[in-house]
Design a protein around this ligand. Structure first.
Ligand SMILES: Cc1ncc(COP(=O)(O)O)c(C=O)c1O
Length: 397
């Protein structure tokens, strides 16, 4: 019998794996599952990006297939493209050689940031609910997780005044993420200004996960933490090509920000990976430097889906707040089933209706009582889901 390390035993069960296993059982019974459980984009990456990958693999010379190295021309071009994109997007100038770090997806970078900085007696301040690697990364690194509850009445923003002086003294890292997965909440620059003001002189690294920067529907834009004055002293921000360019399986993202933190994260990574396949870096460079109307088109598809979803769910009697951003819908468990945990409700919905959603508790303690729909199914599949959910809601319990 092999014993996993204690830090692995401290991890909560990965509920998405459990949902996946139930999904497999249901599919094996011949049921066509309509899957809103994972934020796994179903649209193809833009054609010019796919072509760039194809050309890179077929046409370029052999260096494409060798290990990536920091000072290669492809790598330099990618970091410059990131800095340029960032300036255009947020008006923040970055040095591509010291303030930009390509990642094998932002999930990888966030997990390695925790590993880079946390000792076993260091606290990390993590809003709850949140994207799982924000808290699981802390536990895997051996740090101590401190949940800051996000409440609807506070627009799902962390209440910094609730943190005691002792808690902040022991804290080394904090992660925020707006537009927010799973609640779809947003924040404005004023929030980042306040956050930077609060964190300065506390010796806490503040990380922002801006995976959904393009997915804002309210007419406003999602600001970057690095726009806040003084943020460059202790902040880092994570971005991804997974959502805006639908390149989730390609595994490419990047971190930007404080050069000391970037260098330390790069050091950790140099011990565990060899960077990103060069052909993918070329294609991602194309994505960031090419026309951006493809992103608008992708976001428009999700916006239309959101309208369709909200309308359909309202018609079958399931009311929930309309999200302002992301492609998620965060809902309370319907009253009739409020005696069930979010995991029990998800299992029931999946087994009885063939509709998969994510249990709120999978996003941390304060996600309990909720479920999350990821709008990664097209309208015609949603229509089938509405019929099934309606029947499910009418079932005797
Ligand atoms: C908030 C957030 N951050 C990061 C990621 C992962 O992104 P990547 O594919 O770059 O690892 C996700 C994926 O769903 C996410 O929701």
């Amino acid at each position: 019998m092999f014993h996993e390390a204690n830090r692995m035993k401290r991890l909560p069960p990965y509920l998405f794996t459990i949902v996946d296993n139930i999904k497999r059982e249901v599919v094996a019974k011949g049921i066509d599952v309509i899957d809103f459980s994972m934020g796994n984009p179903d649209l193809p990456p833009p054609l010019h990006v796919r072509k760039a990958l194809q050309d890179a693999v077929h046409v370029r010379d052999r260096i494409i297939h060798r290990y990536s190295k920091w000072d290669g021309p492809i790598e330099r071009a990618f970091r410059e493209a990131i800095a340029c994109w960032y300036y255009k997007r947020f008006g923040v100038k970055l040095d591509p050689n010291s303030e930009v770090l390509p990642l094998i997806g932002s999930k990888e970078g966030i997990a390695h940031l925790a590993l880079t900085y946390l000792n076993s007696d260091d606290l990390a301040l993590i809003p709850s609910p949140s994207y799982p690697v924000h808290f699981n990364g802390i536990i895997m690194a051996g740090g101590i997780l401190y949940n800051i509850p996000l409440r609807e009445e506070n627009d799902y923003l962390p209440d910094l005044s609730s943190l005691s002086r002792e808690t902040t003294r022991l804290s080394k890292l904090m992660i925020v993420s707006y537009p927010h997965n799973p609640t779809a909440a947003t924040c404005d620059l004023e929030f980042y200004d306040k956050l930077v003001h609060w964190a300065k002189d506390k010796n806490i690294i503040v990380a922002s996960d801006l995976a959904y920067s393009d997915f804002v529907f309210s007419g406003k834009r999602a600001p970057s933490l690095l726009e806040a004055k003084g943020s460059r002293d202790f902040c880092i921000e994570f971005h991804t090509c997974s959502k805006s360019y639908c390149m989730a399986g390609w595994r490419i993202g990047f971190a930007v920000g404080n050069r000391e933190i970037i260098a330390s994260l790069a050091k950790t990574k140099s011990y565990v990976d060899f960077g990103i396949f060069r052909a993918i870096q070329i294609a991602a460079t194309k994505a960031l430097t090419g026309p951006q109307d493809c992103v608008e088109k992708i976001v428009h598809v999700y916006k239309k889906r959101l309208d369709f979803f909200m309308d359909g769910m309202t018609k079958i009697g399931w009311k929930m707040p309309r999200p302002r951003a992301t492609f998620y819908v965060w809902s309370k468990i319907p009253q009739k089933y409020s005696g069930l945990s979010s995991m029990e409700f998800c299992e029931l919905l999946l087994r009885e209706a063939g509709v998969a959603v994510a249990p709120g508790v999978g996003f941390g303690e304060y996600g309990e009582g909720h479920i999350r729909f990821a709008l990664v199914e097209p309208e015609e599949r949603m229509r089938i889901a509405f019929r099934r959910i309606k029947k499910f809601l009418e079932m005797e319990v």
